[in-house]
Write a protein that binds this ligand. Structure first.
Ligand code: SAH
Ligand code: SF4
Length: 397
């Protein structure tokens, strides 16, 4: 079953066009609309004959993503989209806009010290955070998506089409003239675990690079730490960025926050990252969601520094790890909360004392539940109720 026009490769587009009795160059025009113009709607492909447009619309009716809900937060600098998938499930994508250097937009009161996170250099920056699965099976105890459970994998086309849909809407959604007008970065940090859906994740990454023309370095894949996925990333020729969600410096604590740690404990995970660095000569970011009274103590900070300081670029090129601290985005029902600004600062300083580069990430989209890990599509599937939140873990404050 074709779920999105973006699931079709060039050969399939040619066959489609031939079936309609059109010459082969129409397939190239169609591919140009889909990839270069990022236009998923056949009706808008104005240089195709009307009859072909109508035929494509009819043939692919009911496929692709349908925008169900759109919310703007941070004065329009963060926007969340709920897309309905064929079959009724839904996923969310988040657009984050970064202003051209100079004046910065108002910051949310939750931001302790992440000022730089708001600026996008001389041209500004637009990043889209996309989903790789509807829900997630990994069950991280602090994550809204994880608590919601797993519904299904997305296809290559469904992942890629999120980028196309958001790109197409971007020009009319800009909050002002200082906002960028084209999408430059894609992060796999929405719903789902990309390496639990590897084929589609890599298929999408290659399509975004080869078709959409995004540089590999503009694409970031975030994983909870699935070691086979990290090994594969080391072997893939496409040099995307890798982010690893670590969240704890001891197995005792990480087991409770991130259940897959019982399969790939910290030492095994870091050995895989070390091999990845050796093979790719690329730096890796480590995400650490800071939760008050759970993983924000100086012991964890110093432990994290000790774990990551030895991770070096081959040939004496300096540190290979960069830590991104994300003050926890409160999620109703989980019982976790962000630490005070002072605690965030102390944690950062303790990591930095080990020599490891560390920064604090701005909390985007808090007001519209579009911040990291807050995506859970309460809208769910027609007739399907959101699962109740799991029993609180002992790790809760
Ligand atoms: N499954 C992948 C990618 C999606 S989650 C992964 O876990 O890496 C993107 C990031 O948001 C992860 O680092 C995740 O741990 C983090 N996160 C989840 N819930 C959060 C919350 N409430 N506050 C802050 N970060 C959160
Ligand atoms: Fe899944 Fe990532 Fe959430 Fe864990 S943090 S449940 S892996 S989406």
């Amino acid at each position: 079953m074709t779920r999105s026009l973006y699931d079709l490769d060039p050969g399939q587009l040619e066959a489609l066009v031939a079936e309609a009795g059109e010459p082969p160059y129409r397939a190239r025009q169609l591919a140009h609309w889909l990839d270069r113009r990022r236009q998923p709607d056949p009706k808008a492909m104005t240089n195709l004959p009307r009859s072909l447009r109508a035929r494509l619309s009819e043939r692919f009716a009911g496929t692709g993503l349908t925008l169900d809900r759109h919310q703007a937060g941070d004065d329009g600098w963060t926007q969340k989209f709920l897309f309905r998938l064929p079959g009724g499930d839904a996923v969310e994508s988040v657009l984050m806009l970064y202003k051209r250097g100079g004046l910065r937009p108002p910051r949310s009161p939750q931001d302790p010290m992440a000022e730089d996170d708001w600026e996008g250099g001389p041209r500004g920056r637009a990043t889209v955070c996309i989903s790789s699965q509807a829900g997630c099976a990994m069950g991280c105890t602090f994550c809204a998506t994880g608590q919601f459970g797993f519904t299904r994998h997305l296809s290559v086309g469904e992942i890629v089409e999120q980028v196309a849909q958001v790109s197409t809407m971007l020009p009319e959604l800009r909050p002002g003239p200082a906002a960028p007008d084209h999408l430059a970065n894609v992060v796999f940090m929405g719903m789902g675990e990309p390496f639990a859906n590897q084929e589609a994740t890599w298929g999408a990454a290659y399509r975004l690079h080869q078709g959409f023309g995004l540089s590999a370095r503009a694409i970031t894949i975030s994983t909870v730490g699935l070691v086979p996925g990290i090994r594969r990333a080391a072997a893939e020729p496409l040099p995307v960025n890798l982010a690893v969600s670590i969240h704890a410096a001891t197995d005792e604590l990480r087991d409770r926050l991130v259940p897959v740690n019982r399969t790939w404990p910290i030492a095994v995970l870091l050995a895989a990252v070390e091999e990845y660095v050796a093979a790719t000569r690329r730096r890796v970011s480590f995400e650490y969601a800071l939760m008050a009274g759970v993983n924000d103590d100086p012991e964890q900070a110093r432990g994290l520094g000790r774990l990551l300081a030895p991770l070096r670029m081959p040939g004496g090129g300096g540190h290979a790890a960069h830590v991104n601290l994300i003050p926890y985005n409160p999620t109703p029902g989980t019982g976790f909360s962000p630490p005070s600004k002072g605690a965030v600062r102390r944690f950062r300083d303790n990591v930095a004392a080990a020599g490891v580069p560390v920064s604090v990430r701005a909390n985007r989209g808090v007001g519209i539940d579009a911040a990291c890990g807050q995506l859970r599509t309460a809208a769910g599937r027609p007739g399907r109720k959101a699962l109740p939140l799991a029993e609180l873990p002992e790790a809760g404050p």
